[in-house]
Design a binder for this molecule. Structure first.
Ligand code: HEM
Length: 262
């Protein structure tokens, strides 16, 4: 959370509060949500927006070398029905806030789960991540156990793909994680092996115009964090079997209890 907050230009001290708001907001994606969850998410988003309004105002007065200042300065070519309030092409305040909320939430929730899933997979396979295998390890984690399993799309026209006929406006669930376990693309797909000879693209970051904008950051975070974790905690081992959270949307661990060598 601190990494993405710094990138945006928000103070480190805000990280715990941003994390709490983010957790309350992403709870809206979960199955079985109830009114308490919805109210907490509504309140978190109002507080989050008020906090960002202050931060945006401060950056307008004193721009910095950060993404928030870049977003304030950015201009887009817009059509006449999608014009900023002042006609300038800049983002409106509402657009700024929703963009920053998306970047902050998307910028840590998935990465946190990928680091947890990856740590468990590495320990189970007896592989120690180090700077010389870190990139291959990061890709294999994303293929083998990605933190986001499904996004949906709507068919814009009738189309046949791989023998399936999708009708215009059909909603299609795209199982990104299942693509990573396709045995035709990845032989013995359940095996965690960073050194697979063939490495076709996985779908953990999606595809097309909504392909994850944070993919390079997420890849760097995995490749940097895991070798540091294993180097600082020699003898890292399971204290109990990892337990996946029974949740929809984010696929990650509810608990990962580990021991380190004394
Ligand atoms: C391992 C970590 C991550 C995974 C697996 C992941 C996965 C994804 C996926 C699958 C999508 C596509 C959603 C769709 O098709 O509708 C997406 C979109 C997005 N991701 Fe990530 N993400 C990760 C980390 C990050 C980070 C670090 C950031 C922030 C810098 C980020 C920001 C975004 C944003 C803003 C979008 C929306 C892009 C758009 O709709 O055009 N993600 N991500």
């Amino acid at each position: 959370m601190i990494i993405i907050a710094r990138l945006m230009g928000l103070p480190d001290a805000l990280a715990p509060q941003l994390l709490d708001w983010s957790h309350k907001m992403v709870a809206m994606y979960q199955a079985r949500r109830d009114e308490t969850v919805e109210r907490a998410a509504g309140q978190a988003s109002a507080e989050f927006a008020a906090c960002l309004r202050e931060q945006i105002a401060a950056r307008r007065r004193t721009p910095g070398d950060d993404l928030l200042s870049e977003l304030i300065a950015a201009r887009a070519d817009r059509t006449s029905d999608d014009r900023a309030e002042d006609g300038s092409g800049h983002l409106t305040e509402a657009e700024m806030i929703s963009t920053v909320v998306l970047l902050l939430n998307a910028g840590h929730e998935a990465t946190v789960h990928a680091i947890g899933n990856g740590t468990a997979a590495l320990l189970a396979a007896g592989i120690v991540p180090a700077p010389d295998n870190a990139e291959a390890v990061a890709e294999e984690i994303l293929r083998h156990d990605p933190p986001l399993h499904m996004f949906t799309r709507h068919a814009r026209q009738d189309v046949e793909i791989a023998g399936h006929l999708f009708r215009k406006d059909d909603e299609v669930g795209l199982l990104l994680a299942a693509a990573g376990r396709d045995p035709e693309a990845f032989p013995d797909p359940d095996r965690f092996d960073p050194h697979r000879p063939a490495r076709p693209a996985h779908a953990a970051f999606g595809a097309g115009i909504h392909f994850c904008v944070g993919a390079p950051l997420a890849r760097a975070e995995l490749a940097i964090a895991l070798p540091i974790l294993f180097a600082r905690c020699p003898g890292l081992a399971f204290a109990a079997p990892p337990r996946y959270a029974d949740r929809y949307h984010f696929h990650g661990l509810a608990r990962l209890d580990l021991t380190i060598a004394p």
